[in-house]
Design a protein around this ligand. Structure first.
Ligand SMILES: NC(=O)c1ccc[n+]([C@@H]2O[C@H](COP(=O)([O-])OP(=O)(O)OC[C@H]3O[C@@H](n4cnc5c(N)ncnc54)[C@H](O)[C@@H]3O)[C@@H](O)[C@H]2O)c1
Length: 290
């Protein structure tokens, strides 16, 4: 089995113990930068999404987590003080009900974080069903959700949409075709959205994490953070994987009025992964002399 095959079908969703927010080393830095704002976080049921929800709450927002997995979604919402909505981002009626629920609860929506994803990808052997389903979750749903919140944001005088992309959007990774393509498309979709929503004062940005301590890393390494950092060290300038809260801080910034001049951008939150070239952080020229 190849390393990434484990992503297929997201088997770790069967391990509820992995779904609770990871206690990180004090990386939650509360502020009131999102005070009075209302946010939707899709796919908030696992480590990463729950950390994003918690960070937005710590910064003053009210958050609705949308999650297809009832058990993980309700547990994550309870743990971080969010409201849980059981929904499927590929289902248009579910999206309508979600937006109705947010508006009837809080009367507004200021922030949309498109984080739900599918990793289902068999590389060169991918089936048409895998292509269709993964692109549907990762790209089409982000566009349809954005369209659903747009009229409310426009009426309020603006909003902020953040799409979770990835370092996978710009490099080739063995055995993976669909997921990286979906994330590359989402980087482009971010620009398109930013262009067409600018008139409504809706800013749209993407955040591209590097390897981040998440449910899948927790499961693959059997909870061994040190080992995960060791494996990631050669291709992250920081010498470790990121914490989800560190990525969440970037998302929170982009969601806030502090980022008022930022739109249509892809923000690297990747520990320097994308800055590093094929020579990695190893002096290669001296090897010629050795
Ligand atoms: N984990 C990493 O290292 C990493 C690196 C780069 C980018 N990312 C991105 O960060 C985000 C979170 O990644 P993760 O590893 O935590 O993923 P994850 O699979 O743990 O979480 C995704 C969540 O989305 C939910 N979901 C899937 N389909 C859904 C649907 N149709 N409707 C509603 N919810 C649905 C899943 O149930 C799951 O809880 C993703 O967008 C991913 O592409 C992650």
């Amino acid at each position: 089995m190849r390393g990434w095959d484990i992503f297929e079908g997201q088997p770790y969703l069967a391990f509820p113990s992995l779904l609770l927010p990871h206690s990180s080393k004090g990386r939650y830095m509360s502020s009131d930068s999102l005070k009075g704002k209302v946010a939707i976080v899709t796919g908030g049921g696992t480590l990463f999404g729950a950390a994003v929800a918690k960070t937005l709450i710590n910064d003053g927002a009210k958050v609705m987590i949308v999650e297809i997995n009832t058990e993980s979604g309700s547990a994550a919402a309870k743990a971080c003080g969010a409201t849980f909505f059981h929904g499927d981002v590929t289902d248009d009626s579910s999206i309508s009900k979600l937006v109705e629920s947010v508006i009837s609860s809080w009367g507004r929506v200021d922030i949309l974080v498109n984080l739900a994803c599918s990793y289902d990808d068999s590389g060169a052997d991918s089936t048409r069903a895998q292509w269709t389903n993964t692109l549907n979750v990762n790209i089409a749903s982000a566009a349809i959700l954005a369209a659903a919140v747009r009229p409310y944001m426009a009426k309020q005088g603006g909003g902020s949409i953040i799409n979770l992309t990835s370092i996978s959007s710009s490099v080739a990774q063995t055995g993976r075709w669909i997921y990286p393509v979906s994330k590359a498309a989402l980087v482009q979709l971010t620009r398109n959205m930013a262009m067409d929503y600018a008139g409504d004062k809706i800013r749209v940005n993407s955040v591209s994490p590097g390897w981040t301590w998440s449910a899948i890393m927790d499961m693959l390494s059997k909870g061994d953070r040190k080992k995960t950092d060791r494996v990631a060290a050669p291709f992250h300038l920081t010498g470790r994987v990121g914490d989800p809260e560190e990525v969440a801080n970037v998302i929170s910034f982009l969601a806030s009025d502090k980022a008022s001049v930022v739109t249509g951008a892809d923000w690297a939150a990747d520990g320097g992964y994308s800055a590093m070239g094929p020579e990695q952080a190893v002096p290669a020229i001296p090897l010629l002399e050795a």
